[in-house]
Design a protein around this ligand. Sequence first.
Ligand SMILES: Cc1cc2nc3c(=O)[nH]c(=O)nc-3n(C[C@H](O)[C@H](O)[C@H](O)COP(=O)(O)OP(=O)(O)OC[C@H]3O[C@@H](n4cnc5c(N)ncnc54)[C@H](O)[C@@H]3O)c2cc1C
Length: 485
Amino acid sequence: MNHNKKWAVVGSGPAGFAVANILLDLGIEVTLIDANLEENDEYIFPNLDRLSLKTKFDSDLAYRHFPKGPEINVGESEVKQSFEGGGLSSIWGATILPYTERDITNWPLNLSQLKESYQFISKKIPVTSSDFSSSSDYMDFSSRDKLIIPDEINKLITSIKFKCPDISVNQSQISIENSSKSTNQCIYCNECFAGCRYNSIWSSKSFFDNSKLKKFDKIRVLSLSDSEDCIKITYCDLEGTIFNNLQFSKIFLATGPVETFRILSESGLAPKNVELLDSGTFYKLFFRLKNRSKTVTNYSLSKFYIRLQDENLIHPHFQFYEMDSHKIDILKKNYKLLKLVPKFLLNYVFSYFLLCIGYMNSEITPRIAMSRDQNGNINLVPKIYKEKRQKSRLIAKKLEKELKKVGIFSFRFLEQNHASGSGTHYGGWLPMGAKCDLQGRPYNTKNIHIVDSSIFNDIPAGPITFTIMANSARIGREVWEEEFL
Ligand SMILES: Cc1cc2nc3c(=O)[nH]c(=O)nc-3n(C[C@H](O)[C@H](O)[C@H](O)COP(=O)(O)OP(=O)(O)OC[C@H]3O[C@@H](n4cnc5c(N)ncnc54)[C@H](O)[C@@H]3O)c2cc1C
């Protein structure tokens, strides 16, 4: 078997991690290229003014577009990009859920084609098990360590299961280290709404120390050109002053849907105007009459999920969080009147509240026009459709009706539809089977494989990253098989 080919992965977030990992396991020498692989320790930026923007210890570093070169103007779309090592995985919420068959009805794949890759990824990252793992929406992680959640939340889940047969509910499955044998074990410090100081939330950065991996750091890939037997990468340094080339026999592009569009469009491999699909989001505050948590010191990752089983409402997904002291601080900062109320009183009142983030399928979510101008800059403009907003209202109403049965009520005036892209689940501008093949090759290319969410056929409601990783690993394996079997 000839394993002397030079294969490169561009992008070190979850998608790049997945494909690099499977190729290494299959005996390929992989070069990992990223704008910034090193941990950056600039943590002081005390400007946490939005609940939706999860910063890293109050620093917005992960969202800064520090490499010089073409700009990405996200406008009012709230689409987030990160050039930090590990991409957005350094600040994500770590909720993990595989897609179900109904989530991928528009895909040219079925679930059995992803199953092996989900299993591959789940062995590489920590995933918590729950008492409810036997649900068909879940993979069986029963051998893993359990996530400790408050008794009150367990009671709540049980009573929703019992009294609301129309919805499926489960304790969240989270990608955090919680094995007592690990030095990174989660200590429930309650600070995870601002990243994880103790590295217990899984991030692809843990992979960079792998000695088998060749690394090419601190460069921004600008464009690619594909010839019969090699791919030429044109790149610049982070200052935008030195330009150079690298050559590989295959490239796996995992730079996130916006930068992947910029690179491909710049390379003449994609049009200048496309539509980015997005999973629409709304925030809602619920009030529980019973089962309030006695303390507000519980960790602040998502505690449980709900999925509505209504075919017409295309299976929206809701994640529930408790109001921990960190979130209360943010509210205090945003609402002047709350500043006058003593913290202990706010803690007491908010222990009755649950924060819900609702996600919808991209089919009923405004799309985002994404274009590249003549200077290579990218502009994003959300397209607002009134009727889609109405659909999300219907979904919220249905959830309210169900949860009333277990003594959980909502305040409509505390409900907020979020700008396109704020849910951080987007992609789908280069769908498989239509604009690229099943191995992520844009048409007319032979050795360039797109492995991030750019190639999704739609964006189902619910966490996206486990599937980004599974699909990326699937592509890696299939390309290896094409080449060597
Ligand atoms: C606050 C927040 C919470 C989230 N919570 C969840 C959650 O709970 N569950 C979930 O499933 N998902 C969540 N997500 C989404 C998740 O973070 C993304 O789905 C995931 O990071 C996408 O992975 P990726 O590898 O495709 O891209 P990215 O993570 O964006 O990685 C891209 C990488 O490519 C590098 N790069 C980009 N352009 C270039 C270039 N030109 N040259 C060289 N290198 C380049 C970047 O430096 C980066 O390392 C969350 C996101 C945010 C922001």
